[in-house]
Design a protein around this ligand. Structure first.
Ligand code: GDP
Length: 480
């Protein structure tokens, strides 16, 4: 019996409390079931309702995914018939997503798209151009979340942008779609609508976050989303979703934590990068401190960034001060060891911190080692090895015991969310301090600015008690 209990516990852990589906081929994606060996158990349990909805969604992805009959039928709906389109209803509806910008941005926008797909019972399919196929394993059993190569009509969709007539904001602006008159004034409505949910989107595009406008989208078989934002917080503004979201996430600030752990499993080559780094440099230390140093060109100087992050880590006692005058004592055998994991495009921070702890003893006697896996110089989105290293470093940061992250950085948001940690976050540039983040959720940098009723601007940070302005971005929104 004891043996059984033991085995049961191991399997339960492996599936992260039921978050992950059983039955995948383990060797094709080692990280999926091995993550439990590297991560501490999360104190946040997914709700039984979330687990139920995930299993239901997996069934939907399988039933309606690429190469199934419902998929082929839905594809047929995209083909123009004479002057318009067929009005036939489809068995399944779809959400294709084109996540873009750096990897952190793509991960958080993909997570938002997935949650929207879950809420609206749509099959989620990802544009291969987004380059994520090499980075993540398939999250849904017996199907693929990648949009097939032959997704028609390729060129027509590829050129969709915020200026296209099929863009939701333009459909509303041009009154082709109107929430006032019972759906659409168009006789054979387009079977697809393009949703622009990226920074710089129009006031009309922002109506996506309104109940009435959501109603218009329900009947459209294909929604094509383009985004680089974590738009989850604003989904809570839509009353029909809010109720469901509260059931799914009784702890509202765990949305990314659970969905991120559910969706993003490093492919085997990336898992190699992660585990080799971890075993060689991180595993043996008593404690792992992650410092994520992201400098946005022209905003803050590199030296200022280092000083802010180091000051934060020292003042908040994540790292020990150095002793400038004290005797050089050889550490007693009981001394605690800490490893500082630095991620940055630049190696100067690493050099400085390592030298600091080499040239001086720590005031506490702690033994400090410093490790930075790569210093890629500049962002090279689209280059496979560069992206794999970025993903590996985000993941390694997420294995830290404590974290300091940089202002505005989605790279840091993903690490903190996967870790389930509130990081110490550096604040808006005019404020030199750092602060423990209100929650581990990513910030939605560019939320809707106008209310759902005509000509009303609202303070979106004052609408719901658990959607607040971010520490690092005044107008941004995050779940707390
Ligand atoms: P953000 O710009 O900080 O919000 O983060 P993103 O991940 O969206 O975009 C930054 C991109 O620059 C990353 O995806 C990487 O390609 C690269 N990058 C930035 N910081 C690092 C780092 O510390 N390590 C590595 N390997 N790449 C980084």
């Amino acid at each position: 019996a004891e043996d059984n209990i033991l085995r049961k516990n191991v399997t339960e852990d492996k599936l992260l409390g039921g978050l992950l589906a059983a039955g995948f081929d383990e060797s094709s994606c080692l990280s999926r079931y091995q993550s439990v060996l590297y991560r501490k158990e999360s104190p946040h349990k997914p709700s039984p309702y979330l687990l139920e909805r995930l299993r239901k969604h997996e069934a939907l992805q399988k039933k309606c995914g690429p190469n199934t009959e419902p998929y082929k039928k839905a594809i047929d709906r995209l083909k123009p018939l004479g002057k318009g389109y067929s009005n036939e209803t489809t068995e399944c509806s779809y959400l294709t997503v084109m996540p873009f910008s750096g990897l952190g941005n793509r991960i958080i926008s993909l997570t938002s798209a997935f949650l929207y797909a879950l809420l609206t019972n749509r099959v989620l399919l990802i544009e291969r151009r987004s380059g994520i196929g090499d980075l993540f394993c398939e999250p849904f059993p017996d199907t693929s979340w990648l949009l097939p190569h032959d997704f028609p009509p390729g060129n027509q969709f590829r050129s969709l942008s915020k200026t296209s007539p099929q863009c939701f904001g333009n459909l509303l602006k041009n009154k082709v779609m109107d929430s006032g008159i019972n759906g659409s004034s168009n006789e054979s409505p387009s079977p697809y609508v393009f949703l622009n949910l990226a920074n710089g989107y129009s006031d009309f595009d922002q109506l996506f976050f309104c109940e009435d406008d959501q109603r218009l989208l329900r009947k459209i078989p294909w929604l094509l989303v383009s985004s680089n934002q974590y738009f989850v917080p604003a989904l809570f503004f839509i009353p029909t979703f809010e109720e469901e979201l509260t059931r799914l996430f009784p702890e509202r600030d765990t949305v990314f934590h659970h969905l991120g752990r559910y969706l993003f499993h490093p492919t085997n080559p990336v898992w190699g990068l992660i585990t080799r780094s971890y075993e060689s440099y991180l595993a043996k230390a008593d404690e792992r401190v992650g410092l994520q140093i992201r400098v946005f060109n022209g905003r803050t100087s590199p030296l200022e960034c280092l000083n802010r992050i180091l000051k934060c880590a020292l003042e908040e006692k994540l790292l020990p001060n150095i002793s400038l005058h004290g005797p050089v004592v050889s550490p007693s055998t009981g001394a605690k060891s800490k490893v500082v994991l630095i991620t940055s495009l630049d190696s100067t921070y690493f050099e400085k911190i390592r030298r600091m702890y080499w040239e001086h003893p720590t005031a506490t006697g702690e033994i400090i080692s410093v490790y930075q896996p790569s210093h890629e110089g500049v962002e090279q989105t689209g280059k496979t090895m560069h992206e794999m290293k970025a993903w590996a470093e985000i993941y390694l940061l997420s294995l830290s015991d404590t974290l300091v992250t940089s202002t505005w950085s989605t790279f840091g948001y993903v690490a903190q969310g996967l870790a389930g940690l509130k990081p110490l976050i550096t604040l808006i540039p005019s404020n030199p301090d750092c602060r423990l983040a209100m929650s581990m959720e990513p910030c939605f940098h560019f939320p809707p600015f106008y209310g759902c009723k005509a000509n009303t601007s609202v303070d979106a940070g004052a609408v719901l008690p658990y959607v607040r302005h971010c520490e690092d971005m005044k107008n941004g929104l995050k779940l707390v």
